[in-house]
Ligand binder design. Sequence first.
Ligand SMILES: *Cc1c(COP(=O)(O)O)cnc(C)c1O
Length: 386
Amino acid sequence: MKTASNLDNLAPYLFAEIDRKRDALRAQGHDVISLGIGDPDMPTPPHIVAAMGEAIKNPANHQYPDYAGSPAYRTAAANWMQRRFGVDVDPATETLALIGSKEGIAHIHTAFVNPGEYVLAPSIGYPVYSGGATLMHAQTHFLRMRAETGWLAELDGIPADVLAQAKILFIGYPNNPTGAVATEEYFDAAIELCRQHDLLLVHDNAYCEIGFDGYRAPSILQRPGAKDVAIEMFSLSKAYNMTGWRIGFAVGNATAIDALGRVKNNLDSGQFTAIQDAAIVALEGPQDCIAEMCALYQRRRDLVLEALAAIGVECEAPKATIYVWAQVPDGYTSAEFTEKVLTEAHVIVTPGNGYGPDGEGWIRISLTTPDARLLEAVDRIKRTLG
Ligand SMILES: *Cc1c(COP(=O)(O)O)cnc(C)c1O
């Protein structure tokens, strides 16, 4: 049996090699702590779980959902955009329910990219931006990212022939894995580039609710003219500890929302309406669970920064996300330092180059490990590498 060539072109699973080493250490009886995975460890807040318990009893929810999302869910998402950002979107034409934002990011390629064309994507970033292009037999042009320019994917110097064949620009701030946040000027430059070259701008805003030291992330749709070129992907996964529920939404440019909706009509039949009902309660209910989560991650962030400082690794405190992005000590590559931390402290961190070549020399540490284990990991790093 011969599978499609695009499958062979997908990047290998980032964590495969680390998983192998972890399994070998565990087989030898070592207690390995993973700071590798970006999946919140805390449960979904009880009022959302309770809403699901009720929603699942409603027989109307047992039938096929509205493909684009229930009118109630789309209205709740639109109202949330207004409350949270002061942004107006029409629930009917500018809002679409997603089965997790990954689903929307993956399917937007089908709606916009022809075989052989290009998407523009950050050189260090969420693998689905380029993976979705590969699955369309399309190509990715990676935008350079550097510490000196605040990890803002660089928009100048894209070759003219690439721009002529490009269809989508992906960006996402607050950023996974660098923890960087965008400026208004950067958003404006991205909007202008897309306007000039007739590109769809996709802003991945999965981490907008996870901010520290008072930082609150913006929506790109707050910028003038954004809706002419952009859609924004939101996720309930990180904000409400709902990664397993698979629920998010896309908002913005009506043409793009319609196109994505038509792709989805042919591929899935929407998310379970009971989950949408619970998600409405998440968006409209008390938001103090978010403030508590941010305080928890901020405390963990500071523990990790302190441990890194103790072993001579200085790094900037991220204003947002669930990650610390740190430069490895002189004389090590990302892979070598990751290996050293694993073999000496039995702690897993993620090598930055796994996200793309511009991540070489950096590691990502995730803050989604329960406090006691994180403390133990931090302590081991200080003891064995300090
Ligand atoms: C977690 C994550 C998402 C998507 O999450 P869903 O669970 O699919 O909503 C999207 N983008 C980035 C950068 C992420 O880290």
